[in-house]
Design a protein around this ligand. Structure first.
Ligand SMILES: *[C@@H]1O[C@H](CO)[C@@H](O)[C@H](O)[C@H]1NC(C)=O
Ligand SMILES: *[C@@H]1O[C@H](CO)[C@@H](O)[C@H](O)[C@H]1NC(C)=O
Ligand SMILES: *[C@@H]1O[C@H](CO)[C@@H](O)[C@H](O)[C@H]1NC(C)=O
Ligand SMILES: *[C@@H]1O[C@H](CO)[C@@H](O)[C@H](O)[C@H]1NC(C)=O
Ligand SMILES: *[C@@H]1O[C@H](CO)[C@@H](O)[C@H](O)[C@H]1NC(C)=O
Ligand SMILES: *[C@@H]1O[C@H](CO)[C@@H](O)[C@H](O)[C@H]1NC(C)=O
Ligand SMILES: *[C@@H]1O[C@H](CO)[C@@H](O)[C@H](O)[C@H]1NC(C)=O
Length: 491
């Protein structure tokens, strides 16, 4: 697995695709204006004189909620002046909506959207405490006068006992370097670090809420200063851990055994169920120095810091005991902006919560756009899209723009779909209806959200941009002008 650096090529392509999409949409805006009749409202659709609000009762994190609305040519409900928000709340309540829903903020938008990254990273799943499950880090550890260990972790809140997140043992000292934690009575996970057998106090670091959290622990030999960070904030620190007394000012020894998920009572073994870890872990990295707060923030957003890295998850040389599950799941890297606005429909109040939480949301359509979308979709099934789906032997583009799920299209899937699209468009045999154009534009929007994660994908990226340009060109051709004019207001 290759680590994902933000690459200049990627940013350029993303810019290119973004501009193309905008051109495409501007083009549609230039065409004729159409009106259409009302198609009636579904239960979750609230229509006012100029707007349509669609309540989506599928809890998603902020980023996916935002993309869901965007891909339907709408916008996540905006933070409005109090009085307007109150009337929207009232409308929602009159339709039996009582929950909290996401709000979009104009200013935060770009920051959130761009810095939020969805990665596919191998996650290690330690289901339940056992005396057998372990993962050994196959790295050669040097002498460490300073150290930082960071990882993303999902704590199993059903276990009460102390869990060992990792233990590093050397022949001279079994408890050379460790991180342990447990859930306290208030529902906080408390961490303590151990260096040369000396224990820091257990201090609360994050809530045991079943969500992913990021942590870093640092220690330096010089004055024994240690620190624990959680979700980008320093939660605890002090000086003097092992700085005095024999063995004063001793660096962490080299050539040790680093085990994730178990306390070692002998070098590399003698595990106890009671002290084992239960939960999920990914992106564990070890550096031979103390990272700054700013660097920790970057690591947390899944940017790699190479300097003095001893073990990186990207190189992924681990010995994994077979009952430890390895899942490759899309993982949402926390962005530097972690709080998102929420409207409590019940009270009409606005507050902030972690953008990672899953909440229902409301998509806001301009009414004419909404009616036009509905009209376009109500006509016969789109021939171009049907043909592409037949070619691909799967529903790669939904026939109805309202029916697709929020999808994280990956680059190889996108190349395949664009390839099928160009094939069909080049044939010029399949008629292109307005609903086809909407489906294609919606798909291109998804493609412009594609993230490149691995080096070898760069070639595919080139292919992707070629197809993208070709599809854009083909569907903009003269003969489709009538179809474009029919969907002119969708922008
Ligand atoms: C379409 O009509 C609306 C009013 O019905 C008007 O505000 C808008 O500017 C028109 N758009 C175009 C492209 O003519
Ligand atoms: C994990 O523990 C729970 C409760 O302690 C038990 O119900 C479940 O079967 C265990 N799962 C496995 C895979 O052992
Ligand atoms: C760990 O991940 C697995 C698979 O995604 C999931 O089923 C499980 O609930 C997660 N465990 C915790 C403690 O969140
Ligand atoms: C424990 O985690 C689950 C999800 O894994 C979550 O639904 C639940 O609220 C958490 N319990 C507490 C007390 O935070
Ligand atoms: C410990 O040493 C580091 C590095 O020299 C220094 O930046 C830090 O201020 C010291 N901390 C204390 C508490 O003395
Ligand atoms: C399409 O899918 C069907 C069933 O999933 C399968 O039997 C068939 O071989 C597939 N055709 C192609 C061309 O992949
Ligand atoms: C890309 O997405 C397709 C369809 O969603 C999936 O079958 C495929 O495994 C994915 N490929 C990678 C490399 O994730």
């Amino acid at each position: 697995m290759v680590r994902r650096h933000p690459r200049p090529e990627y940013w350029f392509l993303s810019f290119l695709i973004g501009s193309l999409s905008r051109e495409l949409l501007d083009f549609t805006a230039l065409a004729d204006n159409h009106t259409s009749k009302d198609f009636g409202a579904a239960a979750a659709i609230i229509t006012t004189s100029g707007d349509v609000y669609e309540y989506v009762d599928v809890p998603l994190d902020w980023w996916h909620a935002n993309r869901h609305c965007e891909q339907r040519f709408a916008q996540l409900l905006f933070e409005l002046p109090d009085s307007e928000l109150a009337s929207v709340s009232k409308l929602l309540r009159s339709h039996q909506v009582q929950s909290c829903v996401w709000l979009d903020e104009r200013e935060a938008f770009l920051r959130k959207h761009k810095q939020r990254r969805i990665h596919t990273a191998p996650i290690l799943v330690f289901r339940n405490k056992t005396d057998t499950k372990y993962v050994k880090v196959l790295a050669n550890f040097p002498v460490m006068p300073a150290v930082t260990v960071c990882a993303h972790i999902q704590w199993d809140n059903k276990t009460q006992e102390i869990s060992t997140i990792f233990s590093y043992a050397v022949p001279a000292f079994i408890n050379e370097f460790q991180l342990r934690g447990f859930v306290d009575e208030e529902g906080f996970v408390r961490f303590a670090i151990i260096v040369h057998g000396h224990h820091s106090p257990y201090l609360p670091v994050f809530r045991s809420d079943g969500q992913w959290h990021h942590f870093c622990v640092t220690w330096q030999q010089q004055n024994g200063t240690w620190a624990i960070y959680a979700d980008g904030k320093k939660k605890a620190s002090a000086a003097g851990l092992c700085a005095t007394g024999p063995p004063a000012s001793q660096a962490i020894y080299d050539h040790g055994t680093f085990i994730i998920g178990q306390d070692q009572d002998s070098l590399g073994g003698t595990f106890k169920e009671k002290e084992s870890f239960s939960g999920n872990i990914t992106d564990l990295n070890v550096w031979r120095r103390v990272l700054s707060e700013e660097q920790i923030e970057r690591v947390r957003s899944c940017c790699l810091i190479d300097h003095e890295l001893i073990f990186g998850w990207g190189s992924y040389t681990l010995e994994i005991e077979p009952t430890v599950q390895e899942v490759t799941a899309p993982f949402l890297c926390p962005g530097p902006v972690e709080q998102c606005r929420v409207l409590d429909v019940g009270s009409g109040g606005v507050s902030d919560t972690s953008c990672l939480h899953s909440l229902p949301f409301v998509c806001h359509y301009k009414k004419d756009v909404y009616l036009l979308l509905k009209k376009t979709q109500s006509e016969s099934s789109p021939p171009l899209i049907s043909r592409v789906n037949t070619l691909a032997n799967a529903t790669v583009i939904p026939e109805n723009v309202f029916l697709g799920d929020v999808r994280d299209v990956n680059i190889s899937a996108a190349v395949n779909v664009l390839h099928a699209l160009t094939t069909v468009l080049r044939e010029e045999e399949t008629p292109v209806k307005p609903a086809d154009l909407l489906g294609v534009v919606q798909f291109l929007k998804q493609v412009s959200d594609v993230e490149v994660q691995e080096q070898e994908q760069l070639e595919m990226l080139e292919q992707l941009s070629q197809y993208y340009v070709e599809v854009t060109g083909l569907i903009l051709e003269e003969q489709n002008t009538d179809q474009w004019s029919e969907i002119s207001q969708v922008k």
